[in-house]
Design a protein around this ligand. Structure first.
Ligand code: 5GP
Ligand code: ZN
Length: 139
């Protein structure tokens, strides 16, 4: 299913051209237009899901399998020293395109922007940590 006016629906279907590095029936992998590092790519399912809440477990599993294969391939070819896989959901978490995608970000020693993914740390008391644990615990 595609959604009208969704840029990633148009890119994944090929309606809008992109620098594609992999394509199959379910996914297109493209270079990010504003890369955080050389080779920064995006895994985009061809079916429209807004985010992690909407995507099916099946497609999410396939996306992760593809991320694994792409990370190995890209690391070999680019010679990067590390790799981030990132996936944002909702504006507050940094999502700007509301069609599920996974960022594949090669990381290099001595890169210009080493702090791509740096966050400050919050502190919780041991009691608060226990409350959070109990709230989140799943059977
Ligand atoms: P988000 O912030 O939603 O996790 O990531 C969206 C990503 O898509 C950004 O890194 C942005 O640079 C990239 N992007 C947005 N529009 C386009 C586009 O038209 N083409 C490509 N190749 N990347 C895009
Ligand atoms: Zn879409």
């Amino acid at each position: 299913m595609r959604e009208k006016d969704c840029i990633f629906c148009k890119i994944s279907s090929g309606e809008i051209p992109s620098n594609t590095i992999y394509e199959d029936e379910e996914f297109r992998v493209i270079l990010d237009l504003a890369p955080a590092a050389k080779g920064h790519a995006l895994i985009i399912p061809k079916e429209h899901f807004a985010d992690i809440y909407e995507i099916t477990e099946e497609v999410a599993c396939s996306a992760m399998k593809l991320a694994k294969r792409m990370a190995v391939h890209m690391t070999e070819v680019l010679g990067c020293e590390g790799f981030n896989i990132l996936q944002n959901n909702h504006e507050v978490a940094g999502q700007t395109v509301f069609h599920f995608h996974m960022h594949l970000i090669p990381r290099y020693q001595n890169a210009k922007n080493e702090d791509i993914l740096v966050w400050s740390h919050e502190t919780f008391s041991p009691e608060e940590m226990e409350q959070i644990r109990d709230m989140l615990k799943q059977e």
